[in-house]
Design a protein around this ligand. Structure first.
Ligand code: NAD
Length: 491
């Protein structure tokens, strides 16, 4: 860690060139010739300048990716896998520097950023290990005919990421596409692009030029990537609203689209659950200490049985009130600032609206006392929440938890399924039958029973209903970057 001119705050130790995009293995000035400021959300100071790319830069990156894709696909998969494994090793070797960059850029607590670096390396290693699974089958055929299938990469994959796990999404987002033989053009989320550029810097002398490209910029840059005629496959992580837009924009080109979208995830507490265990699960499930509650998989709705609800609410209020909010690089704090000002305003508006609609604020609700600079917000608990209130239905994507009551298991399932989302759920009970019934009735792509626990590498992840299309992290994701081709041979 280095220090800045005031000698008090940590400074990002950046190796990627300032204000440049990574295109075709070169560090390029954006076509616009302009940059924007990467801001530290903890104190609203400038960290550095990042390129303000436009559609022109996407066009350049796609052209380079297209040229690189064919030789890359003909590179034997073990060689591709070895390069990804080596890249993972570089992430691990540089973990502290990378974690600090993410923490300064995003506001995520340093412990969360360290976990993200580890997860980024793990994703590269995992998909490197799966490389040999990109294979086909033989089809029973008449004498004199041999029929087999193979899997062909798309060529250029457009990858668009969300801002809450910057480095982790950069690595997780490209690993499967690369090992299966595609070149990638990545557009990282504009509030947090630094570690994606550092990722490219670490890959620079490993991957052939054009195989990985990083083009930062606003929504219009992503839109150009989605509509580019030479990008047949789009992989997106972000909000439902943007996912919907991307699907529409990709439709004229009949592109293959996978979408990892938002959630309003339920933690269902059955009456036999231990209230202390439930409170602990609810706090962990919110990911306060990993991403300040800005997590698609946060269980932001606690659905508590009437027999346990009041005790659970008291425990939650006490524990959430005890979480310390502060500078995210300080390992003693629990929760850092939200990632950017507009998002702080958005989350605050959700809190105000919840109160207007009659939800009762049990803890938090505003800026911590004395913290006037930075996008800080107290962990916030709402009780007396009705299912039709916005706070019970809409994704807040911040440190805001709502408790809803139920008395009958069917009601609990109806509540859990009562939003358009379907990403994750968590069921707390010691009764196996109750747990498995609930798991099968809840429309969510990932269901924990007595979780949350970390998802083991390779666990398919993705949403039902409006929370997305496709599953990532496992074999299904790997194969999704390829198309089946049948070959029929007469001999
Ligand atoms: P967002 O949808 O605002 O932006 C995501 C990305 O899309 C950014 O890079 C943005 O620049 C780009 N973008 C915006 N408009 C676009 C367009 N029209 N065409 C192409 N690209 C466009 O989301 P966000 O605020 O960065 O992230 C928060 C959201 O992401 C939350 O809803 C959260 O739940 C979701 N998320 C989902 C997962 C998951 O795995 N399911 C993971 C993390 C975040």
């Amino acid at each position: 860690m280095t220090t800045n001119h005031r000698g008090t705050q940590p400074m990002a130790d950046l190796h990627a060139p300032t204000g440049k995009a990574y295109i075709g293995g070169r560090w390029e000035e954006p076509a616009s010739g302009t940059t924007t400021v990467a801001e530290n959300p903890a104190d609203e100071t400038a960290i550095t300048h990042v390129p303000a790319c436009t559609g022109e830069d996407i066009d350049a990156a796609v052209a380079d990716a297209r040229a690189a894709a064919d030789p890359w696909r003909h590179t034997p998969w073990p060689d591709r896998a070895r390069l990804l494994t080596e890249l993972a090793g570089r992430l691990r070797a540089d973990a502290e520097r990378l974690a600090l960059i993410d923490t300064l850029d995003s506001g995520n607590p340093i412990a969360g950023s360290r976990a993200d670096v580890a997860a980024a390396a793990e994703a590269l290693e995992h998909f490197a290990g799966l490389g040999g699974q990109v294979r086909g089958e033989t089809v029973p055929s008449p004498d004199g005919i041999l029929t087999f299938t193979g899997r062909v990469p798309y060529g250029v994959v457009g990858r668009i990421t969300a801002y809450n796990h910057p480095l982790m999404f950069a690595a997780q987002g490209v690993a499967a596409a690369l090992v299966s033989g595609n070149a990638v053009v990545m557009k990282p989320a504009d509030p947090t692009v630094l570690s994606s550029l550092e990722f490219a810097r670490l890959a620079d002398d490993l991957l052939p030029p054009g195989v990985l490209n990083v083009v930062p910029g606003p929504a219009a840059v992503g839109q150009r990537l989605v509509t580019h005629p030479d990008v047949p496959r789009i992989a997106f992580t972000g909000s439902v609203a943007t996912g919907r837009r991307i699907m529409a924009d990709a439709a004229p080109g009949l592109k293959r689209v996978s979408l990892e979208l938002g959630g309003k995830n339920a933690l269902i507490v059955f009456p036999d659950a231990d209230p202390e265990v439930a409170a602990e699960a609810a706090i962990r499930g919110m990911n306060f200490t990993r991403t300040n509650g800005q997590s698609c998989m946060s269980t932001s709705r606690v659905l508590a049985h009437d027999d346990i609800r009041l005790e659970l609410e008291e425990l939650l209020a006490a524990r959430m009130g005890a979480l310390t909010v502060g500078r995210p690089e300080d390992p003693r704090i629990d929760v850092g600032p939200l990632a950017f000002r507009a998002h702080h305003e958005r989350v605050t508006a959700h809190i105000d609206n919840a109160q207007r609609q009659g939800a009762r604020l049990a803890v938090g609700g505003g800026r911590p006392a004395g913290m006037d600079r930075g996008h800080y917000l107290e962990p916030t608990l709402f009780v007396d929440v009705d299912p039709d209130m916005a706070i019970a239905r809409e994704e807040v994507f911040g440190p805001v938890l709502a408790v809803l009551a139920w008395s009958d298991p069917d009601e609990a399932i109806a509540l859990a399924n009562g939003t358009p989302y379907g990403l994750t759920a968590n069921v707390l009970t010691d009764d196996l039958g109750t747990a498995l019934r609930a798991a099968s009735d809840v429309r969510a792509g990932v269901v924990w029973i007595n979780g949350p626990t970390p998802l083991p590498p390779g666990t398919p992840f993705g949403g039902m209903k409006s929370s997305g299309i496709g599953r990532e992290h496992g074999l299904e994701e790997l194969l999704s970057y390829t198309e089946t081709q049948s070959v029929v041979v007469r001999y």
